[in-house]
Design a protein around this ligand. Sequence first.
Ligand SMILES: [Mg+2]
Length: 233
Amino acid sequence: MHAKDINMPKPYKLILWDLDNTLFDFDKAEEIALQYAMRKHGLTYDPATTLEAFKIVNLRRWEGLEEKRYTKDEVLVGRFDEFFGEGNVDSRALNADYLWSLGEHKALYPEAEGVVRELHARGYIQSIVTNGAKEVQDACYYNSPIVSLIKTVVISEEVGVAKPDPRIFEIACQRSGWLDKGTTLVVGDSLSSDIAGGQAYGVDTCFFNPSGKGHSAKPTYEIRSLPEILDIL
Ligand SMILES: [Mg+2]
């Protein structure tokens, strides 16, 4: 779905990808990692309820990071304190086991490698901007086949600002060696961090919306599958 200029596509040069649930399948890894960490700590994982309940707490914490109400530690460790009740579990150790498993199991979506490879062949500069935990993002990214195709990976934990803060996109552009906002495109699955952040920075945005959920945001483009971006670029 092209929101504007359908007959005159912009000549983009820099693509700033989100990582979780855009290039990499976070949801699948999350389920595996939560089961692993809870079982290791002697906690009962109920396939019918635990994951969904954890996702609610987890999402609220990550939104708190976007809104600067929580530090990264209050997201990562604090979510387990909140979920299990403070003092009931060793939340720091539980989180460490969870992150380790997440890094081990988070993998590229099957179609992501081909898309990144094709855009690289077409001469685009591609970088990643992520709010995820550094340890996890490093593990999954460096184990993936797209390392040589990506210019730089900017992790909020490393640079001290998180999406949707426009400064993280500015850092990504600087590190990518491309500062022209008019030819930069942010691609991601989150309206609150990727799309709002890209818009705050002043660049075009592409909302990856595989479930087709309704919304009132106004991304420049919207796609339901990753290969659709090849028609935009
Ligand atoms: Mg995402």
